[in-house]
Write a protein that binds this ligand. Structure first.
Ligand SMILES: NC(=O)c1ccc[n+]([C@@H]2O[C@H](COP(=O)([O-])OP(=O)(O)OC[C@H]3O[C@@H](n4cnc5c(N)ncnc54)[C@H](OP(=O)(O)O)[C@@H]3O)[C@@H](O)[C@H]2O)c1
Length: 366
């Protein structure tokens, strides 16, 4: 199976390419705007793997025909969206349909479930599979939520937690993508307006929660956040009184201020508020993210009658490595056992308890 990665020389793209080249016999097509960075990255991979398994084409994701041509020419079966911009989802979807490739979307694009739902019939008609909400965040929490529901169907409360620190260059410039992300949040109040999210105002007032996670993180502070995938899965299980998703790894400013207030403030605030929040997020989120100990801890707890009945802790020393391994596993699973054409959540494509069992064998977790 051959994959094409839009954003192929980015941090995520490179990790996925390496895991793919190491763990399968398929090829990788790297796609990105800057020819110099692209060819350098190809050279690096070609020194470690067979030349013919590593290909690359300089293309801009804003040009779906160019992306589709590159995919067709190089016989890509899957197109992976690993771009840092939250504004390019629609051209990426267009490119996959033109190229007639299946696709996997890793981007953090607010309101993306609305965009994806509007393209469901196009993928069905073309006989193609699209998987969204894939990867660690937000994909894996959905898998763990389904695993908890399968393991403890009578649970009344399910609490999902993620804590992460990422090894990225500390001198990373303020990325335009942070402002992009703010912008797309601002343009997507629909997520809230359509009743998709039952806003947990109480959590907004008291956003700061403590949770004990695996070492080296231990006792952590986490903020409740809205994750569309969790909402979608939660709606299928009205018998569960509360399903909460919380995330941490940032500093207190981001935990207390930027994350809980981001959506209401972006909604009522203007462009200046947007820039200010982008800065707070950058200094509050990205900077502390780059400090050790690195890694990612995920936890799911199913509570019934006020007692913990089922729980699972996952840990990996490297967030991007974790995501890349999950993606590789996901693609291999889908290749063996393809779902019907159309748009799917990652959490629905993987068999949750099998995934958890395999993961326990492959990795360190309790
Ligand atoms: N789901 C998960 O668990 C998970 C985990 C990690 C990351 N992610 C997501 O993965 C995405 C990538 O993250 P990252 O940290 O790898 O970002 P990154 O290192 O900044 O990589 C993004 C890549 O996209 C390329 N790009 C940007 N605009 C482009 C365009 N118009 N056409 C072609 N290429 C373009 C960039 O190259 P140029 O700017 O040079 O073109 C860069 O190579 C983000 O959306 C992130 O949220 C998801």
């Amino acid at each position: 199976m051959n994959i094409a990665i839009l954003g192929g020389y980015g941090i995520m793209g490179q990790q996925l390419a390496r895991v793919w080249l190491t763990g399968t016999d398929g090829s990788v097509l790297l796609l990105g705007r800057r020819a110099d960075a692209l060819y350098q990255c190809m050279e690096n991979f070609r020194s470690d793997f067979k030349k013919e398994r590593v290909k690359g084409e300089p293309v801009d994701a804003r040009d779906p025909s160019a992306v589709a041509d590159a995919c067709r020419k190089n016989h890509a079966d899957w197109l992976i969206f690993a771009l840092d911009s939250a504004k390019l989802l629609e051209p990426c979807i267009e490119a996959a349909l033109l190229a007639r490739t299946h696709c996997l979307d890793l981007t953090i694009t607010p309101g993306k479930d609305f965009i994806w739902q509007s393209r469901r019939s196009a993928f069905q008609a073309a006989g193609l599979i699209a998987i969204t909400e894939a990867g660690l965040q937000p994909g894996l929490p959905g898998v763990l939520l389904r695993a908890a529901i399968q393991a403890q169907p009578t649970a009344q409360t399910i609490v999902l937690s993620t804590f992460l620190k990422i090894k990225i260059p500390p001198d990373l410039p303020m990325p335009a993508s942070m402002v992009d992300l703010m912008d797309s949040f601002r343009q997507t109040p629909a997520l809230y307006r359509h009743g998709q999210r039952r806003v947990d105002w109480w959590a907004l007032l008291f956003p700061y929660r403590w949770q004990r996670l695996t070492p080296p993180f231990g006792l952590c502070t986490l903020s409740t956040v809205a994750l569309p995938e969790i909402e979608i899965i939660a709606r299928r299980h009205p018998q569960i009184a509360q399903i909460r998703y919380q995330v941490g790894g940032f500093n207190l400013l981001a935990n207390w201020l930027a994350i809980p207030l981001m959506v209401p403030f972006l909604w009522i605030g203007g462009r200046y508020i947007q820039r200010l929040l982008a800065k707070i997020l950058y200094y509050g989120v990205l900077r502390p993210f780059t400090k050790p100990p690195f890694g990612v801890a995920m936890q799911v707890i199913a509570i019934e009658g006020g007692k913990k009945r089922w729980s699972l802790d996952l840990w990996h020393k490297e967030e991007y490595g974790f995501t890349a391994e999950i993606l590789q596993k996901l693609l291999v699973c889908v290749d063996r056992n393809p779902p019907l054409p159309g748009v799917h959540l990652m959490a629905d494509v993987l068999e949750p308890l099998d995934f958890v069992r395999d993961w326990q064998v492959i990795n360190q977790c309790s």
